[in-house]
Design a protein around this ligand. Structure first.
Ligand code: NAP
Length: 287
């Protein structure tokens, strides 16, 4: 029950009305018996600084930040966590002794979704399709986890080159870039991450990967999209013999990590599993 003592958490971004984050956080709060509620706050273009001040003034206890403010919010806060700084994007704001600290939990969520399927990245050759915010998080995760080679393929090559430069400056891993329509066969990926919105609802049935031979050498294909449940990229990867993973668990586990940071707790695995099952059922009903 919400009372005068209930702590408020939320999500700022635009749009936010479609977000599944309220479901996940309110479910975790209920399971963990924590007196908190989580709501969404749509923030109009140009209002991010005001929204941040409003969060402080209203005593909101923690925030998630989504598109299009994940980079802009970094100028408002006191400290940025190391990985979030490398990625260049913050999706979680936490009150700490150093002030408001920004974290990026997207890469943690993606890593957990791979751990759950016992997929390791050490010494693996990686191909990342796309060079936006989620590609940056993916590249940092792969470099941190010991991948041997990362190829970043994008429509706008300069964006891929920028990520490659960041990875080279921070980690010792071989990195190269390619145009998304001209990915060389010899990148021989073990794992392919699809991080573009191509194939997402309401425009399913398309894939950014033209070179199907790359699917034949890969063992695992990951699409960060979760609606539809299986994109054309994943269907083609499955038909080529790859193990396939969509973005649903990434979404769930990035929320779990934010919840843990806010409450300074570890959510027990059985509660995570129960909440994930409830989340999957809710998504199935909705999408
Ligand atoms: P973003 O920063 O806007 O980047 C989008 C990327 O896709 C860019 O590299 C862009 O290429 C490429 N792209 C877009 N439309 C294209 C087209 N028609 N042809 C070729 N390339 C195209 O987006 P983001 O934040 O990284 O998100 C990307 C996807 O990941 C979305 O579907 C989002 O829902 C999903 N995502 C999922 C999770 C999760 O928890 N599961 C978390 C974050 C994101 P250019 O550089 O050439 O424009």
């Amino acid at each position: 029950m919400i009372t005068g003592k209930t702590k408020v958490y939320g999500l700022i971004g635009n749009p936010v009305s479609q977000s599944f984050s309220p479901f996940i956080h309110n479910k975790l709060a209920q399971e963990m018996c924590i007196d908190m509620t989580y709501v969404t706050f749509p923030v109009a273009k140009g209002d991010i600084n005001e929204a941040f001040k409003g969060m402080l003034a209203l005593g909101i206890q923690g925030m998630n930040v989504t598109v299009p403010y994940k980079s802009d919010i970094m100028a408002c806060i006191d400290v940025v966590d190391t990985e979030a700084k490398t990625i260049g994007a913050v999706n979680t704001l936490v009150y700490t002794e150093e002030g408001i600290k920004g974290y990026n939990t997207d890469w943690v969520g993606l890593r957990q979704s791979l751990y759950n399927k016992k997929i390791g990245l050490k010494d693996k050759k990686i191909l990342i399709l796309g060079a936006g915010g989620s590609a940056r998080a993916t590249a940092v995760m792969c470099a941190k986890e010991g991948a041997s080679q990362i190829t970043i393929a994008n429509r706008t090559i300069i964006k891929a080159d920028t990520i490659a430069g960041i990875i080279k400056n921070n980690y010792s891993v071989q990195v190269s870039t390619a145009e998304i329509t001209k990915i060389p066969d010899d990148c021989n990926p073990d794992i392919i991450f699809q991080t573009t919105p191509i194939g997402m609802y309401p425009k399913p049935g398309v894939t950014p990967l033209e070179n199907k031979r790359l699917l034949e050498c890969a063992e695992v294909a990951v699409d960060l999209i979760y609606n539809p449940n299986e994109t054309l990229f994943l269907t083609q990867a499955k038909d080529s013999g790859c193990q396939i993973i969509n973005g649903l668990e990434m979404l769930f586990y990035q929320a779990v990590k934010a919840f843990e940071l806010w409450n300074d707790i570890i959510v027990p695995v059985e509660i995570q599993n129960r909440s994930l099952a409830a989340f999957e059922a809710a998504v199935k009903e909705k999408v």
